[in-house]
Design a protein around this ligand. Structure first.
Ligand SMILES: [Zn+2]
Length: 422
């Protein structure tokens, strides 16, 4: 072990304490609780060590209010000489707790090698690992070249508009050369990017009438049934036949996929406390929300055209068929080249720390890389961090201390490679 990785190893207790402290601040999103507290905590830790700290509120972004302000934290350390800027970006928000926990979700309990809690792997463990890596590197190289930045940002779990998107719009990535997002993709894998997303609402329309004389109305649910039948017959087979060169994990996500998030037709559902019967009406509206994930080889306009063509096909068969389709959300796929500097450097560091070759993956869903790519115009970006992705958002979420140490060693070696000027 060299001096730098030994220095990370020696910070094991500090890494555990930092991870526990971060988990104990329940930054639940929605609605966006305690964002200011976690930023204050990070400032109190890093400012005394000479990091220039900024707390930035994303005024006016979705969810930002007096009760739930969208606070972000950015720490910067300038080296003694000019050089590249390496930025570690973690989101500080966590999703709801849910049921089924046997550990306190905000206790940060250490049990053997594991620290438990909501956000342990997604992604307060990654944030802690990047801070410890930077501290160890700076201690060993006080007059390093370039600069290091560590950010903890809001709202990744709800799209990142009050977090990375906001910072990118303010130009926060204009001077940045390399970005590592320590999401829990595992300590031996480099995540190059993610698939694209298109969400849309499809509504079929009919005419309301008395349920005893449905022939006087026009049933929107039957129209939607025809849409779903057509999807079963033609759309899912079409999507399953599209394969990508992207190394998406899990394997099932290497094709195009589509989920129907919800369906609703007819009268509004009554609260559970309602004890009466429903009224007999022909439903005049039925809506579904679709969640289409697309590949880097696909074009968003074509993805949308497939669904419109399907609806037109149904319309041609059903004389009274009427529909509307409304876009809700879209993200273009993002994939960093394997020979980008941050990828090559991280792969070499993984090999040195773990003694095996790095794996390359692409995420089935999106994360903040989309904003760094699209708004920040920076392609040299990866996700790399400790933890098991499957544990994210689950009960009894945990992070392995040994995994965090190994990842922190990799991150410290990346800094050493990019900024020590050797
Ligand atoms: Zn995450």
């Amino acid at each position: 072990m060299d001096d730098l990785t030994r220095s990370v190893q020696n910070r094991r207790d500090a890494l555990i304490r930092l991870t526990q402290d971060l988990i104990r601040i329940p930054t639940l999103n929605p609605p966006g609780r305690r964002y200011r507290d976690i930023c204050d905590y990070l400032e109190a830790r890093m400012a005394p060590q000479g990091w220039e700290c900024q707390l930035i509120r994303a005024h006016g972004t979705p969810g930002d209010s007096a009760d739930f302000p969208r606070w972000n934290f950015v720490a910067r350390r300038k080296g003694a000489r000019p050089g590249d800027c390496v930025h570690f970006n973690s989101h500080h928000d966590v999703v709801e707790v849910g049921h089924g926990w046997t550990h306190d979700p905000f206790g940060g309990e250490l049990d053997g090698d594991r620290i438990y809690g909501r956000g342990a792997c997604d992604m307060k463990g990654g944030l802690a690992a990047s801070i410890i890596a930077a501290e160890a590197f700076v201690a060993a190289n006080p007059d390093h070249a370039g600069s290091i930045e560590i950010s903890a940002t809001a709202d990744e779990e709800t799209g990142g508009y009050g977090g990375v998107a906001y910072l990118a719009e303010q130009g926060a990535f204009a001077h940045v050369d390399h970005v590592i997002i320590p999401e829990p993709l595992h300590k031996d894998r480099i995540c190059l990017g993610h698939r694209g997303v298109w969400w849309a609402e499809i509504e079929t329309q009919g005419r309301i009438a008395h349920g005893s004389m449905p022939f006087l109305g026009d049933c929107a649910v039957r129209h939607m049934g025809a849409v779903l039948d057509e999807m079963e017959a033609t759309l899912w087979p079409l999507l399953a036949g599209k394969h990508t060169e992207m190394p998406v994990i899990p394997e099932g996500a290497r094709s195009s996929t589509m989920n129907i998030n919800s369906i609703h037709g007819g009268a509004v559902e009554q609260p559970e406390s309602f004890t009466g019967l429903p009224a007999p009406c022909v439903p005049d509206r039925c809506r579904i929300v679709i969640d289409r994930r697309f590949l880097i080889e696909e074009d968003l306009a074509e993805v949308k055209a497939e669904v419109t063509a399907l609806l037109e096909k149904v319309k041609a068969r059903r004389p009274s068929f009427a529909y509307e389709i409304r876009d809700l959300f879209e993200v273009i796929p993002s994939m960093t080249e394997k020979d980008a500097p941050v990828v090559r450097t991280t792969a070499a560091a993984i090999e040195r720390v773990l003694g095996r070759e790095a794996g390359y993956v692409v995420s089935p869903g999106t994360y903040d890389q989309k904003h760094i790519d699209r708004i920040g115009k920076l392609k040299n970006c990866i996700a790399y961090g400790p933890g098991v992705l499957d544990l994210a958002h689950q009960p009894d979420e945990w992070i392995g201390v040994g995994d965090m140490i190994d990842s922190a060693k990799v991150m410290a070696l990346v800094l050493d490679d990019l900024l020590s000027g050797k």
